[in-house]
Design a protein around this ligand. Sequence first.
Ligand SMILES: C[S@@+](CC[C@H](N)C(=O)[O-])C[C@H]1O[C@@H](n2cnc3c(N)ncnc32)[C@H](O)[C@@H]1O
Length: 287
Amino acid sequence: MATATTNGPKTRIALDGISETLLWTLYHRAMEARRPDAVLDDPVGVELLDAIDYPFERRFGKADMGSAQGQALRALTFDRQIREFLDAHPDGTAVALGEGLETQFWRVDNGRMRWLTVDLPEIVDLRRRLLPHEERMRAVACSALDERWMDEVDPSRGVIVTAQGLLMYLQPAEVRMLIARCAARFPGGTLVLDSVPRWFSAQTVKGRVKTREGFVAPPMPWGMDASERWKLHGAHPNIVEIQDQALARGRGFFYTRVAPHAHLIPVVRSRRPSITVIRFGPGTAGE
Ligand SMILES: C[S@@+](CC[C@H](N)C(=O)[O-])C[C@H]1O[C@@H](n2cnc3c(N)ncnc32)[C@H](O)[C@@H]1O
């Protein structure tokens, strides 16, 4: 359920379930972005946070700077994948599945690309109320599991699909089906996704991931250890490459010396949250 009402210059928002987590990510990302030494430049995100009337601190706790930087670096890692794609396909289409209140369009826009937001109807509505309208931006109000959004993508100028902070909330079979459909529908395209390790997924399913303030993370039924990402090859024959994408380098010991090299550290390398880039071959659409 989502409600948004005007409260003076601010919009009061109430969300629950998985959708509420978009406020968690926005809060942390924007709190990092407002630092003078921020790892992410996100003025639209900062403005958006200020425009929302929601008890961020009471619900999620004080934005601890480790989590805030982590969220910002995750976003930056996705931004870099999109920028790399746009260097090769300046008129291409970026599809943001489960985009929530991400403000990535304004961070990566090259003035030519097309953008497609896919999220649940109440969230697409929230974006319309809270974010500027851009001509090259469209939105489809449906589940990422609904193929309707795929019909809205023009694949002729290149496609990158991102699923940032989404797939862990889906069932494993749904994730596999979504990857397979993307591989079939977007030959030559790229899918960038992040995942939580199995141990963390299990903790969320038991309701054990919570803040001191009482916010309980919703169940994340899809967990994938980084060491088993090769299994995704089996989702569709048009998957030609699967790569681990290291987290962008940040500030401080952990985000300069540990997190960007986590894929090399024994034990940790398999049991960490990770970002995966999947490339599709030229197989014919509808394969
Ligand atoms: C953790 S938030 C991530 C938001 C954004 N991508 C970010 O990184 O800040 C999860 C998002 O997924 C959306 N979502 C949940 N289930 C979905 C589904 N089946 N299809 C599309 N979006 C979904 C929620 O509404 C929410 O916007």
